[in-house]
Design a protein around this ligand. Structure first.
Ligand SMILES: [Fe+2]
Ligand SMILES: [Fe+2]
Length: 303
């Protein structure tokens, strides 16, 4: 009959799944959407401010969740509901028991959900799909960080944390629009502000899956010893040695890789430049990098 749309069990207009979590778009009319979410325990869903005037209403069909709000936490279960409208900052929802959740929204949110969901592993794969350079860069920064940490006799437990933080440090770039990631366009002031936010997004994504130390190490990868870095302008000892290693590994890879706006430098030229920037980068780490280079151990970092 005209005007009646039927979706039989399990079928949606669109759907995606990450690590067993599944979201299905059931209806999309004049931008208003109805979405069903099937979420596994321990997963985290982020509620974002969204567009002005947007309201999302969630009804719990099965399971239990925890709303983690600025002013406290609230557990909700089957038959409970909550709505999100006009929030100024994001907040996480933790799934305590397998969740079947129905969401009604007066603005399109399915695409945003798609990007916010899923495990970090899949997020890294998503990074690879979105921007191959960022994905390869993460792998090289991890390899350089590991070599530097061993050279500087960092304890094995810290190395384990560091390696993860190094591999994932730029995962927050997943949320940057393609034209910024392409790096061959003139950037606006707004674009630059978006870029400055990426370590905060990396922190947020990593903290949802790993421990605080891993997340905060990754968040520091654009800080500089003299306080000229971002997002917080940390200075001196506010940046631990482990983070200083990732910082040097990150900038060294950026210098020694071809980018749309600049040709790559040789390893020696990059180290020489770093030596002239010891007010920004740790001199012990630069010295270790130089030793590794002289011993020919950095070559494995390149594909
Ligand atoms: Fe970065
Ligand atoms: Fe990076």
């Amino acid at each position: 009959m005209n005007g009646v749309n039927i979706l039989t069990r399990g079928i949606g207009l669109a759907e995606c799944s990450h690590n067993g979590n599944r979201i299905r778009l059931l209806s999309s009319e004049k931008n208003a959407e109805v979405i069903h979410m099937d979420i596994l325990p321990d997963s985290i869903i982020w509620m974002s401010p969204g567009d002005k005037g947007s309201t999302e209403y969630y009804y719990i069909l099965e399971g239990k969740l925890l709303l983690i709000l600025d002013d406290g936490e609230q557990t909700l279960s089957k038959g409970d509901s909550f709505s999100v409208s006009g929030i100024d900052s994001e907040f996480p929802v933790k799934c305590l028991e397998r969740l079947s959740l129905l969401c009604f929204s007066n603005k399109p949110i399915y695409d945003d959900m798609y990007h916010h969901m899923g495990s970090l592993k899949e997020l890294v794969e998503q990074t690879e799909r979105k921007n191959k350079y960022t994905y390869d860069h993460g792998k090289r920064v991890m390899q350089y960080s590991l070599l530097l940490a061993e050279e500087l006799n960092i304890d094995p437990a810290t190395i384990n944390v560091m390696v993860m933080a190094a591999a994932l440090h730029d995962v927050g770039k997943c949320f940057l629009p393609d034209h910024i990631l392409a790096e061959d366009n003139e950037l606006t002031a707004y674009d630059r502000m978006q870029i400055i936010k990426h370590p905060l997004n990396s922190y947020r994504l990593i903290a949802g899956k790993f421990d605080e130390r891993t997340a905060s190490m990754a968040q520091m990868h654009h800080e500089r010893i003299d306080g000229s870095g971002y997002p917080f302008g940390l200075k001196g000892n506010e940046i631990p040695l482990e983070a200083r290693i990732i910082i040097v590994a990150d900038v060294f890879d950026a210098m020694t890789t071809d980018r749309p706006y600049k040709a790559k430098k040789s390893f020696d030229a990059a180290i020489e430049e770093l030596e002239s920037l010891q007010h920004q980068y740790d001199s012990r780490v630069i010295a270790a990098l130089k030793r590794l280079c002289q011993e020919g151990k950095l070559e494995g970092g390149k594909e």
